[in-house]
Write a protein that binds this ligand. Structure first.
Ligand code: PMP
Ligand code: GLN
Length: 377
């Protein structure tokens, strides 16, 4: 058999975006902003391109950007990182691929939580890893730590967490991180903490980064994405932060996967990161959009799940229909002109809890129009 991923299908993000375009529907499916990147940042990239920064960047990333990231981490989390612990990647997706590949050997067990972001499972499979999926709590999407304790074996090599969590919008607390630290203590188990929505967190809560946890920090790869922070998902720029011994292994994979990523963009991001006002506004900015969507949907028959971060709001449609969730999402797109993402593709066992995800990284006008349409169902 040639296929290494016999079960992989076209990503639900691509499927629903295509359908939205065909139907002329409002696309609240794939997670991307419908507003643009700050012109100042685009000007910086132009500037560096014109200055001749158009050839390969150093393999781990432009030194100025790696240094700017360490300063930002210090300002944000009060944690001191060395620039050598940072690797600039082609988005969080490549960071995840390089990190999972660096850590997982054939036969190693990898624990992750469903619903899970779509690239974790296929990457584990490509490494010959054994996926050990655990369902998050159906109601509040919390991690069932007792079950994690039961599923840890001598073969467990890696645990992948994601906070704030796509698709549910749930967040982990420092107590969750303590549980993880306790369960992995004294064992050769590493952690990947996908924190791409670190700045999109609501209601005055603070982000519980694995970097802030002294014990976890020593065994974790923490992954970030400039796509989320600067509304530039199409640039595919991200980075990993990991202790030296893990970074060495990640960079061995990274150098053969892409070697390095856009030089001028790295220089521009290095400048732009220095000013906190470029990302400090994000919680209020996105909370307003979340609340606008919730207000708009208040008179609908959809029931919201509590969203504490990310730019996604999940709703249950169990009171409206018992259609399978993919069918429901397609039906709404075709008949009511709003595209969403069904949650079952995020589950290894395709569990269907009659839930769909709406992306609210959109203009106020778009959010209001979409909510009005959904209220007619
Ligand atoms: N992890 C999560 C949880 C995400 O939501 C995304 C993007 N939606 C990624 C990783 C990938 O990020 P990037 O676009 O930077 O590759
Ligand atoms: N991460 C985005 C989402 O969750 C989509 C990324 C993609 O299209 N691959 O919607």
């Amino acid at each position: 058999m040639i296929s290494k991923l016999p079960n992989a299908q076209t990503s639900i993000f691509a499927v629903m975006t295509k359908l939205a375009n065909e139907c002329g529907a409002i696309n609240l499916a794939q997670g991307f902003p419908d507003f643009d990147v700050a012109p100042e940042l685009i000007d910086r990239i132009h500037h560096y391109m014109q200055q001749g920064h158009n050839q390969y960047a150093p393999m781990p990333g432009v030194p100025g950007l790696r240094a700017a990231i360490t300063k930002k981490i210090d300002r944000t989390y009060g944690v001191s990182i060395h620039p050598d612990e940072v690797t600039i990647t082609a988005g969080a997706t490549q960071a995840l691929f390089a990190s999972i590949t660096a850590i997982v050997h054939a036969g190693d067990e990898v624990i992750f939580f469903d619903p899970a972001y779509d690239c974790y499972l296929p990457t584990i499979e490509l490494c010959g890893g054994v996926p050990v999926n655990i369902n998050l709590d159906k109601n509040d999407f919390s991690i069932p730590w007792d079950e994690v304790a039961q599923k840890i074996t001598k073969k467990t090599k890696l645990i992948i967490i994601n906070t704030p969590h796509n698709p549910s919008g749930a967040i982990l607390s420092s107590t969750d991180l303590d549980q993880l630290a306790q369960l992995t203590r004294g064992k050769e188990i590493y952690v990947i903490s996908d924190e791409v929505y670190e700045h999109i967190i609501f209601d005055g809560q603070t982000h519980a980064s694995a970097l802030k946890h002294d014990e976890l920090k020593k065994k974790s790869v923490v992954i970030y994405s400039f796509g989320k922070t600067f509304h530039a998902t199409g640039w595919k720029m991200g980075y990993t932060v990991a202790p030296d011994f893990l970074t060495t292994e990640i960079q061995k994979v990274h150098q053969f996967l892409v070697f390095s990523v856009s030089t001028a963009t790295q220089w521009a991001l290095a400048d732009y990161l220095e000013d906190e006002s470029h990302y400090h506004y994000l919680p209020q900015f996105f909370q307003k959009k979340r609340d606008l969507l919730l207000d708009g949907m208040a008179s609908s028959r959809f029931k919201p799940v509590k969203c504490q971060g990310t730019y996604f709001q999940t709703f249950s449609y169990a009171d409206i229909s018992d259609k399978p969730d993919r069918e429901m999402a397609e039906w709404i797109t075709r008949n009511y002109g709003v595209a969403s993402i069904p949650l079952s593709p995020f589950y290894t066992d395709h569990s269907d809890n009659k839930q769909i995800r709406l992306c609210f990284a959109k203009s106020e006008d778009t959010i209001k129009k979409a909510a009005q349409k959904l209220c007619q169902i």
